[in-house]
Design a protein around this ligand. Structure first.
Ligand code: BTN
Length: 287
């Protein structure tokens, strides 16, 4: 018997992915598929420190110390999902492509951009109804109609580079999903996806990301001008909901999420009518 006893979880076709995604003039320069690593975000941050160029992608078939937002961990069985990180250098102008450097204050849009690309790819390939919980948790509705979190995104700044990591549960079974205190975890398969094939999902994700990133870079990181703000608002299921936000300083805010502004901040109207802008926090959809 071969090493892949879990026949519903075949390995990624590394060479075919590289051929399909690394094309002349494209964003992606190298797609590395590794059998096992601690954290792809840590690997790509290390590569960034040693001068790796924008467009490096590292995908792990198994991650043993996956990192989540706010010091949480990201746990996923081998080949049950996609765990990958990409290297971006948004502040560096690119004369060949006619991209100016995007100012650092615009970089906060990158994890939201990744969320838009991820939701687009999942809708198209897995044919499930996917949306986003601000800032960038991917929500899919389970068999009972209630939302679960199928993916998360972690952005980390490494010098003048940004490392964007995506963890997506694809064929993870209910009993393998981590138990969480907030939103329940789910996977595309649990949510009734038409396919658990990771190769087309990865291709769709990286292609969609490259398209949105190219548009955003062309406009010097202007989320409104390149259409990203509108696309984010259209896919964000937090807008219009009653929310409770746990703030990084330990504080809490409740109210109605009225919109996401041009800086990617969540705008909340509290009961007294005051508008609060939140740039980081954990959102709970109350109703
Ligand atoms: C979150 O929702 O908390 C974000 C999870 C991000 C997980 C991904 S998996 C690939 C990449 N490498 C990591 O160590 N983390 C991200």
């Amino acid at each position: 018997m071969g090493p892949y006893t879990d026949l519903d979880r075949p390995p990624l076709a590394a060479r075919a992915l590289q051929r399909a995604l690394v094309v002349p003039g494209g964003l992606w320069r190298q797609v590395e598929v590794v059998a096992e690593t601690g954290s792809t975000n840590a690997d790509v941050a290390q590569a960034a420190k040693t001068g790796a160029a924008e467009g490096l992608v590292v995908v792990a078939e198994r991650q043993v110390s996956g990192r989540g937002r706010r010091s949480r961990e990201w746990v996923s069985p081998a080949r049950a999902g996609l765990t990958l990180s990409v290297l971006l250098r948004p502040g560096t102008g690119d004369a060949e492509r006619g991209w100016p450097g995007a100012p650092q204050r615009s970089w906060g849009w990158l994890p939201l951009l990744a969320g838009v690309a991820l939701a687009e790819a999942v809708r198209r390939v897995a044919e499930v109804d996917a949306g986003l919980k601000w800032p960038n948790d991917l929500l899919v509705a389970g068999p009972d109609g209630s939302d679960g979190k199928a993916a998360g995104i972690l952005a980390e700044v490494a010098g003048d580079a940004v490392v964007l990591g995506v963890g997506l549960n694809v064929s993870t079974r209910v009993e393998e999903l981590p138990s969480t205190t907030g939103l329940p975890a789910t996977s595309l398969q649990v949510a009734g996806s038409s396919s658990a094939d990771r190769d087309p999902l990865l291709r769709a994700l990286l292609r969609s990301f490259a398209r949105w990133y190219g548009g955003w870079r062309e406009t010097g990181g202007d989320a409104e001008l390149c259409g990203l703000l509108a696309a984010y608002r259209a896919g964000c299921r937090t807008i219009g909901r009653d929310v409770r936000v746990l703030l990084p300083d330990g504080g809490e805010l409740t109210g109605v999420a009225s919109t996401v502004d041009g800086d990617g901040q969540l705008v909340i109207r509290s009961a007294d009518g005051v508008l609060h802008r939140v740039s980081a926090g954990d959102v709970l959809h109350v109703r």
